[in-house]
Design a protein around this ligand. Structure first.
Ligand SMILES: NC(=O)c1ccc[n+]([C@@H]2O[C@H](COP(=O)([O-])OP(=O)(O)OC[C@H]3O[C@@H](n4cnc5c(N)ncnc54)[C@H](OP(=O)(O)O)[C@@H]3O)[C@@H](O)[C@H]2O)c1
Length: 484
């Protein structure tokens, strides 16, 4: 790809573009990081010209940028880059018009960002090719979800692969754009302190939680056919798990890191009819209160009355069958309408074999807690002597914070800024390779088949709690509790 790139956003009028992509592009422009970017061409079905689109874009940026980030001078230069093209994915003529606009530009390199319905991805790629808009210097970014199961994922991947090589295909998982997720690599492989203890000799269990306060209102029928397992575990949680569990890569190159993540995904112990009961919990929120506000239950939301087989919460006990992790459970949980919004990874270390102290340090195990949101930080939970003149030595918990001030500043960059920048520069490290996504779907499909065969019930939980009681029991039978 030559130096300068035109970015074309399919779905340029949609929610993702409005709330995330355009604000991220504005920030990159403001910070002079988007030096490779020439034009930003947003497309949508609506009949409007660029002037009308700019009015909308200005309004939306003022709404969705962090309060102090709007700057008239930055907008004046940013708007010069923005264009709008009316494009219905099913209208070949519209692609011809887009191709003509692209040909008028100074660059032949294009980044096509597909932020629209995944069912359109194959057609869009085909039509772009037919209109002569694709050349060897072009790349494509694909938003999730990539399919509904392995078969539909393969179909999309094959349709895209007929036009774009794998090296030109960037599958987004915005969790990978988070500063702290990347910091996992620095933590694990930059610190001799942690690396020798990153295995089943020292680690007792791992928890990964992605908790959301929001419900599903506004997500149309999409969520009814999806549920928490497909929507969150197949991508975000398995991506985070593979970064936590992977072996040291031979370099930080995209291929080496993605090879190691793939090995983890291949080692996931299958969940099938034989173990689905002990390994999984499905939940669905009933009415309750979140942040002091009464909210409806899932089945009371418009569009979800009939979604009786859709879970809004899932908890899993996952095994990784390899030398490093055999015997260490990875507990995953994610859900909607939980008590608060947060995502974290908790590495719990084994206890010392014998306690010398006057108080029982049962709950005072060492833990490394990696907070991914709302704030990004890392803390190490250790114990200290409880101060005082008593003759008995007692322990008390102490948290060591491993985040420095400058890191907090960088954490404020949105994941989409990082990922857009990487896609512009052609760096695939933080994007999912085809085999990763398909292997993850294969593992997820087995759980869904086992749920169907087993008739796994969906347990109710009140909105504003941390899921059904069965999720507590899932870890309690192993003598553990969720880190709250
Ligand atoms: N929203 C998020 O936070 C989020 C997060 C992660 C992933 N995603 C993924 O990102 C993609 C977009 O999501 P979204 O929430 O932005 O959806 P959305 O708000 O429904 O927007 C859909 C966009 O696609 C365009 N579109 C729909 N049908 C089209 C067609 N036949 N031809 C051309 N354009 C068409 C729409 O244009 P018009 O409205 O102008 O017709 C609109 O710009 C989806 O794959 C979604 O799963 C979204």
């Amino acid at each position: 790809m030559s130096q300068m790139v035109d970015l074309v956003i399919f779905g340029g009028t949609g929610d993702l573009s409005t709330r995330k992509l355009l604000p991220a592009l504005y920030q990159l422009h403001r910070d002079k990081l988007a030096d490779r970017l020439q034009r930003i061409i947003a497309t949508g079905r609506g009949a409007m010209d660029t002037a009308q689109f700019l009015l909308e874009a200005q309004k939306n940026l003022q709404r969705f940028l962090p309060a102090d980030d709007w700057d008239d001078a930055v907008w004046d230069s940013f708007r010069e880059r923005l264009h709008y093209v009316q494009l219905d994915a099913n209208q070949p003529q519209h692609y011809a018009e887009l191709a003509a606009l692209l040909d008028q530009g100074e660059t032949t390199s294009r980044l096509f960002y597909l932020a629209t319905l995944p069912s359109l991805y194959g057609d869009i790629c085909q039509q772009l090719k037919a209109a002569g808009a694709v050349n060897d210097a072009c790349r494509v970014v694909l938003e999730k979800p990539l399919g509904h199961d392995l078969a539909s994922c393969r179909t999309i991947n094959e349709q895209v692969a007929a036009v774009f090589d794998e090296e030109a295909t960037f599958r987004i998982d915005h969790y990978l754009g988070k500063e702290t997720v990347q910091n996992l690599l620095a933590l694990r492989f930059g610190n001799p302190l942690f690396h020798p203890m990153w295995n089943n000799t020292f680690i007792n269990s791992v928890q990964i939680t992605v908790a959301e306060e929001i419900g599903v209102a506004g997500r149309g029928s999409y969520y009814a056919d999806t549920g928490a397992l497909r929507d969150m575990v197949q991508n975000h949680l398995l991506q985070v798990l593979s970064l936590v569990a992977m072996e040291p890569p031979s370099s930080l190159k995209a291929t080496d890191i993605r090879d190691e993540k793939m090995k983890v995904l291949r080692c996931l112990e299958p969940i099938t009819l034989g173990n689905v009961k002990e390994r999984t919990v499905r939940g669905r929120y009933a009415a309750g209160a979140v942040s002091g506000k009464a909210v409806k239950g899932f089945l009371e939301e418009d569009a979800f009355h009939d979604a009786l087989n859709t879970e809004t919460f899932v908890a899993l006990k996952v095994g990784i069958n390899n030398w490093r992790w055999a015997g260490v459970p990875f507990y995953l949980r994610t859900g909607k309408r939980l008590s608060r919004r947060y995502s974290e990874i908790v590495i719990e270390y084994r206890r010392q074999p014998f306690s010398l102290f006057a108080n029982d340090p049962q709950e005072l195990t060492n833990k490394l807690v990696i907070h991914l949101q709302p704030e990004e930080s890392i803390s190490l939970h250790t114990v200290n002597k409880k101060p005082g003149l008593t003759n008995k030595l007692r322990l008390k918990p102490v948290e060591l914070h491993l985040t420095d001030d400058s890191q907090e500043k960088h954490s404020s960059y949105d994941a989409y800024e990082r990922l857009l920048l990487d896609a512009l520069h052609g760096d695939q490290t933080l994007f999912m390779r085809r085999d990763e996504v398909e292997t993850a779907w294969h593992w997820i499909d087995s759980i869904i088949a086992a749920w169907d065969e087993n008739g796994t019930p969906i347990k109710s939980y009140n909105a504003g709690t941390m899921g059904p009681n069965a999720a507590t029991a899932l870890v309690a039978v192993d003598g553990r509790s969720w880190h709250e």
